[in-house]
Design a protein around this ligand. Structure first.
Ligand code: FE2
Ligand code: FE2
Length: 166
């Protein structure tokens, strides 16, 4: 799997997901789980593992600039900007199906299914971590490092006073 994505995982936009929260866990954990699942699934259904794994790494990049329905398009635009094939962009664009457009290729279906399965596994991880306190600690750290949370924390003294996260 690594040979398909070794350049991509060093990209600053991918590295910055280590600091971003997604499903209450680091976004980087989520995208790498989707990538592993996509790789396995691609082999199972004879889809192109290179297209599937590259689409999986990028599929949620800059997702906060879009909505639940259209952030696949946002990530697909980024993929096109860094020179990914249209097949990779298309698989990214449809990953939220049935929210948003339907996949148009086998690789698109692979990433869509892998994303759903990974999201469930993320949630199971989060629940397990609640028992040990790890999930709460991780959320607390991510709220400090994720730029999308910082402005909210500055909203007001009242919110700060009653926030359970600070
Ligand atoms: Fe997504
Ligand atoms: Fe995702």
């Amino acid at each position: 799997m690594h040979e398909f994505i070794s350049d991509l995982i060093e990209h600053p936009k991918v590295r910055e997901t280590l600091l971003h929260m997604h499903h209450s866990i680091p976004k980087h954990d989520h995208i790498m789980r989707v990538t592993r699942y996509s790789y396995r699934l691609a082999r199972l259904v004879q889809a192109d593992p290179r297209i599937c794994t590259r689409a999986a790494v990028i599929h949620d990049i800059d997702s906060r600039y879009g909505t639940l329905w259209n952030h696949g398009e946002v990530a697909a635009r980024f993929a096109a900007e860094i020179g990914e094939d249209e097949a990779v962009c298309a698989a990214i664009r449809s990953h939220m199906y049935p929210l948003g457009p339907a996949p148009t290729s086998r690789e698109g279906w692979v990433v869509t299914v892998a994303d759903k399965a990974a999201s469930l596994a993320d949630f199971a991880d989060f629940l397990r971590g609640l028992l040990t306190g790890k999930s709460i600690q991780r959320r607390r750290v991510l709220k400090q490092t994720d730029p999308f949370y910082r402005p909210r924390r500055r909203r007001g003294a009242l919110r700060r006073a009653f926030s359970i996260d600070t």
